[in-house]
Design a protein around this ligand. Structure first.
Ligand SMILES: NC(=O)c1ccc[n+]([C@@H]2O[C@H](COP(=O)([O-])OP(=O)(O)OC[C@H]3O[C@@H](n4cnc5c(N)ncnc54)[C@H](O)[C@@H]3O)[C@@H](O)[C@H]2O)c1
Length: 348
């Protein structure tokens, strides 16, 4: 493999999506669901989050083979009255279930001002920002969180009792402006990013991992050898993670990450707020633009050449990768192509 291939050859999003969809269909996923899941993975790559992109195809196929994912199952919505609903993901693909939850929350918010939807029996939903961007485009504020398998230690401890429990918020913008999207794991590092660092032989950031006896380490292997991730921002990220367990894990009927029989998915909660109920949506967007203007115009501190709004890095990455293609690291490419060949498909 050449050095360029190890660094990552660029592929156009639609080409990667086509291969991803074919792989998912080859393991029993109906065409429409495969298109949604493959589209979500490629969108994560476009947004710059390769940890949640096509690299996941191998673990997703492994999930089908182990019985964790029922590739043909379809999510079902149940009204809970007023502005509340729950989605049963039926252990099918998480992304279609999360999209149904997003549409449902958005409709409820349009009708009632707010909409609250949970998703239970839900596999991995990927990058939460994707759903929040949909709400932003619909003129709504979104708040989404989920819990996930135990990987993170409580603040002051070192055993795995919490998921990486991401939280995402977003707000609507004027047309043509990047949506404001705050979207991150409550762990110091998303597990997918640690996995990439581990595969590349890179070090973990100091403070992000503790080994199985509670000692801080930069050795990524220590996590896989019984260690744990820490929460970001000490007690602050810890507090957010606890709330993700209670709001998403419990309200969705999934349970807590620390339960001995916690399943391998994402108990999910999504709140949509229709901005127009509280003030004219145009006023909200004008103020958001004004805030962005002030933040962008502020002097930068040492080591920074610009101040960006939350959501801006993903917006910039999407523009650049849509035009230049998505760099796919050599190891990821080899894994996807091996999988394609094993399933009788042409590699990319
Ligand atoms: N489904 C799951 O189980 C699961 C679990 C963990 C994480 N995730 C996903 O993983 C993805 C990555 O999470 P992460 O913790 O690595 O995110 P991250 O640390 O890369 O932070 C991303 C957020 O920070 C903002 N940001 C980044 N740089 C910025 C800058 N210079 N100025 C202003 N804002 C900036 C981005 O716009 C975005 O909102 C997220 O999309 C998350 O939803 C999913």
């Amino acid at each position: 493999m050449s050095e360029a291939a190890e660094r990552g050859v660029r592929y156009k999003g639609p080409d990667l999506k086509r291969l991803g969809q074919a792989i998912l269909e080859a393991v029993g996923t109906p065409e429409d669901l495969a298109a949604i899941v493959a589209g979500s993975l490629v969108d994560a790559n476009l947004a710059g989050h390769d940890s949640h992109g096509v690299i996941r195809l191998t673990s997703y196929v492994a999930g089908v083979r182990s019985g964790q994912v029922q590739p043909g199952a379809r999510a079902v919505v149940e009204s809970l009255g007023d502005a509340c609903a729950r989605v049963d993901g039926a252990w099918g693909w998480g992304q279609p279930a999360a999209h149904i939850a997003t549409d449902t929350a958005s409709k409820l918010a349009r009708a009632n001002g707010v909409g609250l939807v949970t998703v239970g029996r839900c596999n991995h939903i990927g990058r939460l920002g994707e759903y929040i961007e949909d709400l932003s485009r619909a003129g709504q504020i979104g708040l989404m969180t989920c819990n996930s398998p135990p990987a993170v230690a409580p603040y002051g401890g070192y055993t795995r009792l919490l998921g990486t429990n991401p939280i995402a918020w977003g707000a609507p913008r004027s047309p043509g402006k990047p949506p404001i999207v705050v979207d991150f794991a409550t762990a110091s590092i998303a597990e997918g990013k640690l996995r990439i660092a581990h595969a590349n032989g890179s070090k973990a950031p100091l403070g992000a991992v503790v080994d199985k006896s509670g000692q801080p380490t930069t050795d990524t292997a220590a996590f896989y050898d019984g260690g744990a991730l820490t929460t970001f921002g000490g007690h602050k990220g810890f507090g957010l993670s606890v709330m993700a367990e209670l709001m998403a894990g419990m309200l969705s009927g999934t349970g807590l990450s620390s339960d001995p029989d916690y399943s391998n998915g994402n108990g999910t909660m999504l709140l949509a707020i229709d901005v127009g109920r509280f003030l004219p949506a145009s006023d909200f967007m004008e103020q958001a633009d004004a805030l962005e203007g002030r933040l962008h115009a502020a002097p930068t501190a040492a080591g920074f050449d610009a101040i960006q709004m939350p959501g801006e890095p993903e917006w910039r990455s999407r523009a650049e990768r849509t035009s230049e293609g998505i760099p796919v690291a050599g190891a990821t490419l080899r894994a996807i192509n091996d999988l394609a060949q094993e399933l009788g498909l042409s590699p990319i």
